[in-house]
Design a protein around this ligand. Structure first.
Ligand code: HEM
Length: 426
């Protein structure tokens, strides 16, 4: 055993047993961050804050929520909202956080795409980030079921049904997921388990992996500049702070980050206090009723783009079963960003505004996904007409085709061109 001296205080006592000073150095005071990054790099810490908010508000809700089809709706809409002191506040905090967390995730993802932060050794950061996106999606969906309102029930019906289209195992898989032949009590209890136990544990572990994957490549910077962190850190420690390109995470970088988090929290609590309704669908204030299908079923705003891809292929295309095509498109759309580092194989790590055609690609992709989101909320038909022809499905179909062209044709072509140019420049 290592030699233990008489401690000079609590910190020294802990340090002799847990090496907390070394840990603090490694994780905070000597964890180096580039100087030239802007407020968009605070999104990660905002996401951590929002996850904390979801976790704590979730614990309070869990004290009164009842996972039973006969009790769930009232436990939320009556007990929590009307009987428990500040129950409404915890519920609004939870629902609003669940919605804005996706807004911040999308910003965080698109910032990474804009600056090429998924390339050159940063693939694992990107992959663990995409795993977090998928896990948050599963958490969002399973949480939406818990109040057991009309949308909870029918969304569960639609989404679990999708698995039925998988060849051979589909129908059995649907029964297995539902725990019954139809969406019912066992479906609610298993989604409850996922939402309050399994998913939070896996999310915490994946956040750990995401942070760990930042250690070696470090975060990117506004210019995509590649430099020697050890060398720059040495300059900083020698007192050449102006000359050095890095700052320590604690206390310098975090103070900037916390400023941005503070501004974000003002926005968040404003929504919680005054506009919480955007995060709660009015149809979900009616209890689940399997005898009454809502006229228009749609998911929360953050799933609308991929839902529209699912619907986009409901278009009758001769000879091909339209449902399976929609399902394939939906599955590919949800997983395709995972392989982004391999679709964009250009060695150029630079912000999009310095990458010519990639800049156009970036903005077209954003517009396409916003377009899919808007049309994902439109009822399936009979909205827009040219003469007597209903052109509504064409919008979703066009944006869907656009999405796949951008990813599988335009992006590899752009990066091939960049690769050739980079090769020629060498
Ligand atoms: C949802 C939970 C998430 C948390 C808590 C989180 C947290 C963080 C933090 C703290 C950073 C470092 C600072 C920063 O750049 O903001 C970071 C960086 C990064 N994250 Fe996330 N992230 C999450 C989700 C995602 C998702 C969904 C993606 C995209 C697929 C992603 C991709 C990245 C990338 C590529 C970087 C490196 C950025 C750079 O090098 O400039 N993260 N994340």
């Amino acid at each position: 055993m290592a030699e233990i001296r008489k401690a000079e205080g609590l910190v020294d006592w802990l340090d002799q047993r847990l090496a907390i000073k070394t840990l603090n150095k490694v994780l905070a005071t000597e964890y180096w961050v580039p100087k030239n990054i802007n407020f968009l790099w605070a999104m990660g810490v905002i996401l951590m804050t929002m996850f904390g908010m979801l976790f704590i508000s979730g614990l309070f809700l869990l004290m009164y929520y009842k996972p039973d089809v006969n009790l769930a709706f009232d436990s939320v809409n009556h007990t929590i909202m009307q009987e428990v002191y500040y129950g409404w506040l915890w519920r609004h905090m939870h629902a609003v956080a669940a919605s804005v967390v996706f807004l911040v995730i999308y910003i965080h993802m698109f910032v990474a795409i804009y600056y090429g932060s998924y390339k050159r050794g940063r693939e694992m950061i990107w992959i663990s980030g995409m795993l977090l996106f998928m896990l948050f999606s599963a958490a969002g969906f399973s949480g939406y079921m818990l109040p057991w309102g009309q949308m909870s029930y029918w969304a569960a019906q639609v989404i679990t049904n999708i698995f039925g289209a998988i060849p051979f195992i589909g129908p059995d898989l649907v029964v297995w997921i539902r725990g019954n032949f139809f969406v019912s009590d066992p479906t609610l209890t298993r989604f409850f388990m996922l939402h309050v136990l399994l998913l939070p544990i896996v999310i915490m572990a994946t956040i750990g992996l995401h942070f760990y994957s930042l250690r070696i490549p470090h975060v990117n910077n506004e210019e995509g500049e590649h430099f020697d962190f050890e060398e720059e850190a040495k300059k900083y420690k020698e007192g050449k702070k102006k000359e050095s390109k890095v700052i320590p995470f604690w206390p310098v970088f975090i103070s900037k980050d916390l400023f941005v988090v503070g501004i974000f929290l003002i926005f968040y609590f404003y929504l919680v206090g005054f506009h919480y309704e955007f995060a709660m669908d009015p149809i979900n204030f009616d209890p689940a009723n399997y005898m009454k299908t809502p006229t228009h079923i749609y998911p929360e705003w953050y799933f609308l783009w991929s839902y529209e891809i699912l619907r986009g292929f409901f278009f009758p295309i001769a000879g091909i079963s339209p449902f399976n095509l929609g399902l394939m498109g939906f599955a590919i759309a949800n997983g395709v960003f995972l392989i982004l580092p391999w679709l964009d194989r250009s060695p150029v790590v630079a912000p999009a505004h310095k990458r010519g055609a990639f800049k156009i690609w970036f903005w077209l992709m954003l517009i396409d996904m916003v377009g899919l989101t808007i049309f994902g909320k439109v009822p399936p038909n009979h909205v827009y007409f040219i003469g007597d022809t209903d052109i509504t499905p064409w919008f979703g179909f066009t944006f869907t085709i656009g999405f796949f062209i951008l990813l599988f044709i335009a992006l590899p072509l752009i990066t091939m061109k960049e690769k050739r140019r980079a090769g020629g420049a060498r």
